[in-house]
Write a protein that binds this ligand. Structure first.
Ligand SMILES: Cc1cc2nc3c(=O)[nH]c(=O)nc-3n(C[C@H](O)[C@H](O)[C@H](O)COP(=O)(O)OP(=O)(O)OC[C@H]3O[C@@H](n4cnc5c(N)ncnc54)[C@H](O)[C@@H]3O)c2cc1C
Length: 331
């Protein structure tokens, strides 16, 4: 044990964890935020140069404090904003330290084990996001080194045959980046996803679709409406079109961008119940307090039903004062 008992241990320093740490400091709690990667690690892993889709008021931790050059911030502007926020507010965050176990204690409180230390805390707020496990196609060849489940930048793929497989906005943006960046790009998308125009159903944002359609019309991006990827080989991808006909497309790199899921092992091992919500599994929690079935163990952020950055920031602002209240009641 290398600290006295904490009031609150926060797991993850994404927008939810940062908002929680800020709220905990305001409440005068003894807290620590433990992050396995870097501050705002998910934003750090966005494609280089990406312009995010949210407006500043949905992303900022203090009103009016995020001032991008254009209307919406780039990955770099947003990342440095979150890092500066943590530094300027002297938030207590340990980076590159992974929480491996959360163990409820009797009669109350938790022992939290990390890759570096063991802590005791009266309350735990889990803000681990939903990016831990990129979804896989589950086809032969997916483990080849040329297959990636994240897109970073187009430069290594100039004049190469690069295929993006996916149906959402991130896949569409990667295809666009590759086409604009000089790759021989193919966007393999399921027909229903290409037809989808409903923002509530995760359609491609209209400001991405416009330039994407231009790249297709001008011959720099090949659109391939597919029914199934059969196999990824060293030099080609074997893929079926919407009529079920098989094609072997020349290929140097594949990006499988079909979403990702949270790793709920930590929560399940601590006794938290989970349930199915659409394609994903989410923890069961009280929708008012965000407390799980394990008393004193709370959740917030992108792996709950309150997704995206706006909610990831808003929820801890409601939950941490409730945690502070519950702690004061037990004194
Ligand atoms: C390319 C891209 C663009 C996006 N654009 C937008 C946008 O414009 N607007 C928007 O609202 N949303 C956007 N999103 C989604 C947005 O990134 C998430 O909603 C947001 O990051 C959720 O914040 P969070 O704090 O809940 O989770 P995260 O930001 O994912 O933070 C969770 C943190 O927990 C850490 N962690 C996980 N497990 C452990 C552990 N065991 N121990 C310690 N630390 C751990 C992770 O390293 C991570 O830093 C985008 C996503 C992608 C991929």
């Amino acid at each position: 044990m290398n600290e006295g008992r904490l009031d609150l241990l926060i797991i993850g320093a994404g927008p939810a964890g940062l908002s929680a740490a800020d709220a905990a400091a305001r409440e005068g709690l003894s807290y620590l935020c433990v992050e396995k990667g870097l501050i705002a690690d998910t934003v750090y892993h966005y494609p280089v140069g990406l312009t995010v889709f949210s407006t500043t008021n949905e992303l900022e931790l203090e009103e009016g404090s995020l001032r991008p050059c254009r209307e919406k911030p780039t990955r770099e502007e947003l990342l440095s904003y979150y890092v500066r926020f943590a530094l300027e507010h002297s938030l207590r965050i340990n980076t590159e330290e992974e929480v491996t176990r959360v163990e409820p204690l009797d009669p109350e409180g938790f022992r939290v084990t990390t890759s570096r230390a063991t802590y005791e805390a009266a309350r735990v707020l889990v803000c681990i996001g939903g990016m831990a496990r990129p979804r896989r196609l589950g086809v032969p060849g997916e483990d080849l080194p040329k297959v990636r489940h994240r897109f970073v930048e187009p430069f290594p793929y100039v004049r190469k045959d690069a295929m993006v497989v996916g149906g959402g906005n991130s896949a569409a943006e990667a295809a666009l980046f590759l086409a604009e960046g000089g790759a021989r790009a193919t966007f393999a998308i399921w027909p229903a996803d290409w037809e989808n125009r409903d923002p509530k159903q995760g359609c491609i944002k209209h400001w991405v679709r416009g330039p994407l359609e231009r790249e297709i019309a001008e011959g720099r991006l090949r659109l391939f409406l597919f029914s199934e990827v059969s196999e990824i080989k060293e030099r080609e991808v074997v893929i079926k079109d919407e009529q079920g006909r098989t094609h072997a497309l020349p290929n140097d790199a594949v990006f499988v961008l079909i979403g990702s899921d949270a790793d709920l092992t930590l929560l399940r091992d601590a006794g938290v119940r989970t349930e199915r919500a659409g394609l994903t599994e989410v923890p069961v929690y009280d929708p008012d307090t965000y407390e799980t079935n394990v008393p004193g163990l709370y959740v917030a952020g992108h792996f709950t039903n309150s997704r995206h950055i706006k909610e990831a920031i808003a929820v801890p602002r409601r939950v941490v004062p409730l945690i502070a209240q519950s702690l004061r009641a037990t004194v």
